[in-house]
Design a protein around this ligand. Structure first.
Ligand SMILES: C[S@@+](CC[C@H](N)C(=O)[O-])C[C@H]1O[C@@H](n2cnc3c(N)ncnc32)[C@H](O)[C@@H]1O
Length: 379
């Protein structure tokens, strides 16, 4: 049972970023579809994927995939899968479900059929009528898409965006997984200057610092599969030891975060310390209209307040005008702005964006406006 198929799931729009992350972990045959990236792995890769994937929401084990047009088919095929390979007699196995564009349209009905089928399989495998479900959790998901059922077990537990460092947040904080994706979609690397002039609780900058120092984002948290007897504790221990050894202790990062609100700057600083990158980011209270840039090259990644949740039109207008004034002649700066406000390019007129990516932030459709600057000369 050393070979498994893993599925990393992510917010729509982040598939390409997660694909690259999975490839960077050494997997070659990586299959991408809407909201998921699939790859073949071994048991030891379950800790690695959970520790290292920055932009994925969860890592799931794919138990099976088959067409199911009737509840009988769903039941029989689910029961035919080797659930006992993973779930011990006392394992708890809640079942969640979703059904999209499928004959078996009721996800509740699918859920309860799957639960019954797994119960029957495990009762038979353990020759018992009683499954106490008092042990570690094996969260099963049945996902019906166009009459094809995919059955998975979640290895992550709480979502991978929970790195453990964000004890407090400002208003409308970005998900850590999305923030990591924004950084990875930019031209930033650890040798370049990075500014977030409206950094809130500092998520983008903290994720950048973790990337810059090659710190595995999951190093300070636990995962559901850590309590599964089927994965030897040694594999988790080794993956953590390797991740610690991989940390870049030497690079000097140039990362700066500003916000008009003094209290969120304190939060950002404290989050950065918890993430282990407190010395890598300089935070200060500053209104974006007072931002003064004298370096020729650099990167801005930011998500300004946008109407729906924060700020009002005038406030946003003022921010856009300030950004425009500061950066219109700074052609060595790449500017990346995440906002739901489709008017942003009308105000920031250095040029038309080189690329606009549609992403989702907490269910809200947003655009990631990318303005490429000239690259600094190679020293
Ligand atoms: C959407 S939030 C940023 C959230 C942040 N990315 C995070 O993950 O916590 C926008 C931030 O812009 C800040 N802001 C609003 N007006 C500003 C201004 N004129 N200058 C600087 N920051 C401002 C707000 O205080 C808020 O923290």
């Amino acid at each position: 049972m050393n070979d498994v198929t893993l599925i990393a799931i992510m917010t729509f729009g982040l598939e390409a970023v997660v694909k690259r992350e999975v490839q960077a972990l050494g997997f070659e045959d990586v299959r991408v579809s809407e909201g998921k990236v699939e790859f073949d792995a071994t048991l030891a890769d379950i800790p690695r994927a959970n520790l290292w994937l920055r932009s994925a929401d969860r890592v799931l084990i794919k138990m099976g995939e088959f067409p199911a047009l009737t509840f009988d088919e769903l039941f029989e095929q689910t029961r035919a899968l080797p659930w006992e390979d993973w779930i011990p007699r006392e394992g708890a196995f809640p079942v969640a479900g979703k059904a999209v564009k499928s004959t078996l349209g009721s996800f509740r009905a699918c859920q309860s059929i799957v639960k019954k089928a797994v119960v029957e399989r495990l009762r038979q495998a353990y020759a018992t009528d009683y499954l106490p479900e008092s042990g570690p959790e094996y969260a099963i998901q049945i996902s019906m898409l166009r009459d094809v059922a995919t059955l998975t077990i979640d290895t992550s537990g709480s979502g991978l965006h929970r790195r453990g460092y964000r004890q407090q947040a400002g208003e409308a904080p970005l998900r850590e997984t999305l923030a990591a994706a924004l950084v990875q979609l930019s031209f930033w690397d650890k040798d370049r200057l990075l500014i977030d002039p409206m950094c809130g609780s500092g998520t983008i900058l903290i994720e950048a610092a973790l990337i810059g120092r090659n710190i595995a984002p999951g190093l300070n948290r636990e995962f559901a599969a850590e309590s599964w007897p089927v994965i030897p504790a040694r594999l988790w221990h080794d993956a953590r030891a390797d991740a610690r050894a991989a940390i870049d202790q030497d690079s000097v990062l140039q990362i700066y975060g500003y916000d008009i609100d003094e209290s969120v700057i304190e939060i950002a600083h404290s989050n950065a310390r918890l993430a282990g990158v407190g010395d890598d980011i300089e935070f200060a209270q500053k209104d974006v209209k007072d931002l003064w840039i004298d370096q020729q090259y650099g990167i801005v990644i930011s998500n300004p307040p946008y109407g729906i949740k924060l700020g009002d039109f005038q406030e946003m207008n003022q921010i856009y005008i300030s950004l425009h004034k500061t950066f219109r002649k700074k052609t060595g700066w790449s500017i990346y702005i995440l906002t739901a406000d489709k008017k942003f390019p009308d105000y920031f007129k250095r040029a038309w964006p080189d690329r606009v990516r549609k992403l989702f932030n907490g269910g809200i459709e947003v655009n990631y406006y990318q303005y490429y600057g000239e690259r600094p000369p190679v020293p």
